[in-house]
Design a protein around this ligand. Sequence first.
Ligand code: NAD
Length: 346
Amino acid sequence: MATQSEQVTILVTGGAGYIGSHFVNRYLQKKPFTHRILVIDNLSEGNPEAIENLKVLYGERLIFQRCGIGDAGVTTLLSDYGVSAVVHFAASALVAQSQVEPMLYLRNNVGESLKLLDSMQAAGVKNFVFSSTAAVYGTPNTDLILEDERKSPVNVYGRTKLMVEGMLDLLNERGALSYVTLRYFNAAGADPSGLIGEGHHEETHLIPIILQVANGRRKALKIYGNDYDTPDGTCIRDYIHVNDLADAHIAALEYMCQRPGTGEAFNLGTGHGDSVQAVVSLSCQVTGREIPVDLCGRREGDPPVLVASSDKAQQLLGWKPHYGLEDILKTAWQWEQNRKFCLQAT
Ligand SMILES: NC(=O)c1ccc[n+]([C@@H]2O[C@H](COP(=O)([O-])OP(=O)(O)OC[C@H]3O[C@@H](n4cnc5c(N)ncnc54)[C@H](O)[C@@H]3O)[C@@H](O)[C@H]2O)c1
């Protein structure tokens, strides 16, 4: 039994969600038994089964509380469990929805995050890892995006994430908080165990949609625009495996805890882009299935190319991605064929 002084407890918000649950798994897999995680999630989107499946592996090292990040009881939870750092995944994250329901995004992503920061201050917790997004860059002027690229989000979702980044900067400047912001590019894939995977109730991401077409749960993949200035005319994105993302959070926590006062942002991608058409072709090979496509017009606000330079994360965090696109598709296909939850997602 770990003594009080050896015990390390971190709070993970949104741990029942896609990326949060993979982080919980990787963290508890890699860290010694003296480390435990307290997940808070209001289950507005996530899947309780993800927590149940992880509980089978990690038992009491994983504690779950169903609550909102802005709830009044969060300060008490932080104090009672002796939390040393918060990893903040919880958010509303559907770009199209954000455009028509801006108040929801301001309230949940900005307002509730502020309440969470308030609770941390009240409980004396000063370490924060924040899930940001490539969407903060909007339509960049370069194909390989560095962290200091101009921030000019073109949708409400990206703007709310940038607002939180601003709050973190301000608190850091005043000495109130250490933080690492991680700007993810396109998260994809699933844990090879098959216990957890991507289970959004409304799926908007390319790879799960392609694989749902491959296994007959959708009729065809809509490709939005094949007349972009790219080699095959379809948009190019940087796909990063969810376990690689999770590992970057572990590295970020270590970096920050060794350097009090840290206030840094890192891109998380592979530095390599694949076109929609290339992802479809490789998916046909991986699944051995046909993937019918419907060619549609361009969508507003879709930049032709979004690829991360993650040199800064590689240099400062000592992190690098290990999975390539084929591994991403293989693990996502394994998950899609044997989903443990969120079967109704189409
Ligand atoms: N999936 C991607 O490709 C991607 C890319 C860039 C950034 N992100 C960011 O990463 C984070 C995680 O994304 P995801 O794909 O795992 O999303 P997700 O929807 O699967 O997970 C989010 C979780 O947060 C919970 N949640 C939302 N609001 C809450 C609140 N007020 N209180 C408590 N719990 C709340 C939901 O129930 C859900 O379980 C988000 O912040 C998202 O903006 C994701």
